[in-house]
Design a protein around this ligand. Structure first.
Ligand SMILES: [Zn+2]
Length: 159
């Protein structure tokens, strides 16, 4: 029985499903990975998963801007192997959508992380905007990435 639903009837939903408008949900979890209160629900009609009730917008913005990376990875400084891995993933992501792109398109990458996907997209000749809320992480990633590019350019001055 959910503490907010003492009658043990259908689980409570404060936000209708953004996909189908349904309110018939199941509760998947009542806490986040750190056992802090956070309810995750799934729409029984279409399967969309969301956080309900949703934390206030300012709390969400503050969490992703300042705490997310620290809580999930315990550091803001990426390891070099992760920078390399993320660049390979960005190249793979571009290859998956490349056939859908047309000249002149402008792409938007929400949650751009270290900015690898926007970098690849731009190198392929498309306009791109990457959005990332976690500024400290983005700065750390960019510094690491630019350091690698600098070392690579010094090692291969003809490129
Ligand atoms: Zn739904």
């Amino acid at each position: 029985m959910h503490p907010d639903n003492p009658t043990n009837t259908a689980p409570l939903c404060t936000i209708p499903c953004n996909l189908c408008g349904g309110t018939d949900i199941d509760i998947l979890a009542t806490g986040d990975r750190n056992r802090q209160p956070l309810q995750t629900v799934i729409c029984r009609a279409c399967g969309l998963v969301w956080t309900d009730p949703r934390p206030p917008a300012e709390a969400t913005r503050k969490f992703y801007a300042e705490q997310y990376r620290q809580q999930y990875k315990a550091t803001l400084q990426p390891k070099l192997k992760h920078v390399y891995r993320d660049m390979l993933r960005a190249i793979q992501r571009f290859k998956r959508i490349e056939s859908l792109l047309q000249p002149g398109m402008h792409l938007l990458d929400i949650g751009a992380g270290g900015g690898f996907f926007p970098y690849v997209v731009k190198q392929k000749g498309f306009a791109v905007t990457g959005l990332e809320l976690l500024i400290a992480f983005l700065q750390a990633y960019i510094f690491t990435f630019l350091s690698i590019l600098f070392v690579s350019a010094c090692a291969h001055p003809e490129h």
